[in-house]
Design a protein around this ligand. Sequence first.
Ligand code: GRF
Length: 189
Amino acid sequence: MKQKLAIFASGAGSNAKKIIEHFKNSPVAAVALVVCNKPHAGVLDIAAAAEIETALIERDQYKKDGYAQFLKEKGIDFVILAGFLWKIPQPLIDAFPRGIINIHPALLPKYGGKGMYGAFVHEAVIAAKDAVSGITIHYVDEHYDHGDVIFQATCDIAPGDTPDQLAEKVHQLEHEHFPRVIEQLLTGK
Ligand code: GRF
């Protein structure tokens, strides 16, 4: 039976789009739900265009049970965080053991944790004069950007690269690898 995926995203949603497209005609899984906490996020338009159900969530209920019961009622098997910034509450972690993953736009354990998201990450990497950055796909636990690492890919940083240019390189890596890594996890291959 096809596995039902929920994507949690609150930004532009370019990763969500790639994942939706990847699983569109897949026998393995389908994106069944997009969960978002921002009423005007681009990801909502992407979900609507793909005719995927969306859920706009609010903080009080989220803090209570992370919408775990709602996700179970929807038959969700696996949760993917793709640009979602709220910390995952314990009841949601407990409801999906080894069933929630996140993508982070740097090579964890460097440049992770609360407040390290989006442009802040790339600005910090450039300021440190690192020669490489990349992406990390990892299981989610109760700490920000902390669970076991599943996959990393790297990109070179050229002298003079700006945070925006690095963000673009990292986004390309995300789009190339995230859907494929999800499929591998789901099939165990
Ligand atoms: C990605 O860079 C991801 O690593 C981070 O948030 C960003 C989301 O970008 N967690 P998009 O909304 O998928 O374009």
